[in-house]
Every structure is written in structure tokens, then in C-alpha cells.
Design a protein around this ligand. Structure first.
Ligand code: IPM
Ligand code: MG
Length: 360
């Protein structure tokens, strides 16, 4: 029995409709296990800009600081793409929120559900049983370094993005990678571009330096280009991948597609006092309001919230098992649809999962 405050930031595009389904699952957990979840909604992204003139309104930030955990849908859309960078949903809300809350670690599990083994574009024998965890550094590197435009002659300009890391920034994320591996199959692949980048050379030194503290973990270093190739060639060789911000952004999208759909990939951003949970996919503006989107990534993000922020492991498993059962029963949203399966919309998928949580 516990009382918890959860900030809910639906955002833009399909954000509100998928978030609603995660709430159904969490409410089912509350009933089933006798918890009291207090959900409070806030505006973020384009919705924040429309309501309060900023993609991350101060009220939203305050709500986040006063909560035990945050559930986020998705942000962004063509309506806000032409705003100045600091007011755009992605750069103006998502990145500062991560920074402000100290969420330096992004955890993205890519797992192939047995029922979906044919939904991947890769052969079933390549992806069957796949279970990878991408641990992405989230508040440093290229996405947070200084950016500049300098005028040259004839209207040309020079553009600069800076990639910076400090030793402690690398150490804390790499440690988390080792610790995650210890709880799983004990294999860690550190991904870098140490043949070219100075930041990567130091990254590799730090990883090597820490390895001795985790003797039970088998460690590999891999260049990012090779990793991209290995992920499609033989993805089951991976257990935990730890990497910097940009490489992790790219590789986690790639890893997600191995599971059949970007709509399956949950994520947890942790490291600060309050964790943030969101699907790895975007706001898919062209599907907004159509009730066609797959809410499972968001529902599973809710499951991660229970486990990582509220320490409710059994409740988290109940949601994961409910998702597994609904898929085993043959229900599919459009992105996962195959012959012989039962097509459902976003709401129906949410209802089915909540129902299974209650039955568990
Ligand atoms: C993600 C997204 C964001 C990121 C964008 C929208 C800023 O791609 O969460 O992976 O790169 O972190
Ligand atoms: Mg991304």
C-alpha cells in the first residue's frame, strides 16, 4: 500500500492518446495492488507553448519537481517547427527537462515478445529471444555542447557543434552500464568511435579503468559503425550496450526496430531524484487523434516507472505480463498487424491490457 504522486505530461501528436492507455494500466495496478496513485497533468512541448508560451512552462517544471515520477507522451509537430530553436518542443522542453532533473542515464530495453517474432523485418531466427538493453548517456556530449554559427564571406557560414565529456560524466553512466549487466546476462558492450574521436578515446580509457571493479561482467569495446552492422547481422550477441548521447540516440532507434515496431520501445531516464518515463518514439503528428498508434511503448514505460522510481517490481511485472498476454491472444495495433491477427485501435489496446492487469 503506498501513495505516490505521478506527473503526467501527454504532450503533442499521439502523445495524449497513448498516455491515456498507460494511465489505464497504472490505474488497474492501483486497484489490483491497493496503491494510491495521484496523477497530475501538465503541459509540455507544443501544448506547453500554446498554453503558456513556452514548451517547458515553469508550472510544469514545478509539478515535476514535486512528483515521485514523471510519465511523458511525446512532443513536437510541424506546427512548432518554425519557432526559434529554444521554443521548439524537442530542444526547448525535452533536453532542458532532462538536464534540469539530472537524468543522465537513458535506459531503453529492446525485447522481442514471442508473439511478435514475425513482425520484425529481420528473419525470426535472427531476432527470436532477443533482449537488449541500451544505456545511453543523456545530458552531455554533442547534444549539449556549445553550438555556433559564424559568418564567412559571400553569405556562407561556418557551423559548430561541440562534443564534450568530463571523466565523471563518463564514469557514472559506464558504472550504470556495468551494474545493469550484472543484473542480466553479465555482458557489456561499450560503443564508441575511438579510432577518430578524442572523447571516445577517453570514454574507452574510463571503461577499461572501471572494468576491474566488475570482474563478473564480460566487457567488449565496439566502434559505433560496427555496432550498427552487428545489430542487424547478429543482434543476440548483445546484452547491455553503453554509449554516449548521440550514438545511443541512433542505436536505440535501430535496436527498437528489431522488435517489430518502434511502438514497442519503452524508456526510462534516471540518475536524478525523479525519474522520467516515455516511449522512445516521437509524436507521429500525422496519426494524431486517429487512435491508430500503438500505446505499448508508453504502457511499458509506465511499467518501468513502477520498477525504477516506485520500487514496485511485482506491479511492474504485472503490466509486462498483461502486455504479453494481450499479444499472445492475437490483438495487434496497425503497426504490428499480420494475417490472422485481430486489429484493435489505441483505446482498445489500452483497455485489453488494463483488463489483463486486473485479471492477473
Ligand atoms: C529521443 C529523441 C530526442 C533525443 C529528440 C527528440 C531530442 O530522439 O528521445 O531519442 O534525441 O534525445
Ligand atoms: Mg531518438
Amino acid at each position: 500500500m503506498g501513495e505516490y504522486k505521478i506527473a503526467v505530461l501527454p504532450g503533442d501528436g499521439i502523445g495524449p492518446e497513448i498516455t491515456e492507455q498507460a494511465l489505464k494500466a497504472l490505474k488497474a495496478v492501483a486497484v489490483k495492488f491497493g496503491h494510491d496513485f495521484k496523477f497530475t497533468e501538465g503541459h509540455i512541448g507544443g501544448a506547453g507553448y500554446d498554453a503558456a508560451g513556452h514548451p517547458l512552462p515553469p508550472q510544469t517544471l514545478e509539478l515535476c519537481h514535486n512528483s515521485d515520477a514523471i510519465l511523458l507522451g511525446a512532443v513536437g509537430g510541424p506546427r512548432w517547427d518554425n519557432l526559434p530553436v529554444h521554443l521548439r518542443p524537442e530542444a526547448g522542453a525535452l533536453l532542458p527537462l532532462r538536464k534540469e532533473l539530472g537524468l543522465y542515464a537513458n535506459i531503453r530495453p529492446a525485447k522481442v515478445f514471442p508473439a511478435l517474432v514475425n513482425a520484425s523485418t529481420l528473419k525470426p531466427e535472427v531476432v527470436s529471444g532477443l533482449d537488449i538493453l541500451v544505456v545511453r548517456e543523456l545530458t552531455g556530449g554533442l547534444y549539449f555542447g556549445q553550438k555556433k554559427r559564424e559568418p564567412l564571406h559571400d553569405g556562407a557560414i561556418k557551423v559548430i557543434d561541440t562534443l564534450e565529456y568530463t571523466t565523471p560524466e563518463i564514469e557514472r553512466i559506464v558504472r550504470l552500464g556495468f551494474q545493469m549487466a550484472q543484473k542480466r546476462r553479465k555482458k557489456l558492450t561499450s560503443v564508441d568511435k575511438a579510432n577518430v574521436l578524442e572523447s571516445s578515446r577517453h570514454w574507452r580509457e574510463v571503461v577499461t579503468g572501471l572494468a576491474g571493479e566488475y570482474p563478473d561482467v564480460e566487457l567488449d569495446h565496439m566502434y559505433v559503425d560496427n555496432c550498427a552492422m552487428q545489430l542487424v547481422k547478429n543482434p543476440r550477441q548483445f546484452d547491455v550496450i553503453v554509449t554516449d548521447n548521440m550514438f545511443g540516440d541512433i542505436l536505440s532507434d535501430q535496436a527498437s526496430m528489431l522488435t517489430g515496431s518502434l511502438g514497442m520501445l519503452a524508456s526510462a531516464s534516471i540518475g536524478g531524484k525523479i525519474g522520467l518515463y516515455e516511449p522512445s518514439h516521437g509524436s507521429a503528428p500525422k496519426y494524431a487523434g486517429m487512435k491508430r498508434a500503438n500505446p505499448i511503448a508508453t504502457v511499458l514505460s509506465g511499467a518501468m516507472l513502477l520498477k525504477f522510481s516506485l520500487n514496485l517490481g511485482q506491479e511492474s511485472d504485472a503490466i509486462e505480463q498483461a502486455v504479453t498476454r494481450v499479444l499472445d491472444l492475437g490483438y495487434r495495433t496497425a503497426d504490428l498487424m499480420e494475417d490472422g491477427m485481430k486489429l484493435v485501435n489505441t483505446d482498445q489496446m489500452g483497455d485489453l491490457i488494463a483488463e489483463q492487469v486486473l485479471k492477473s
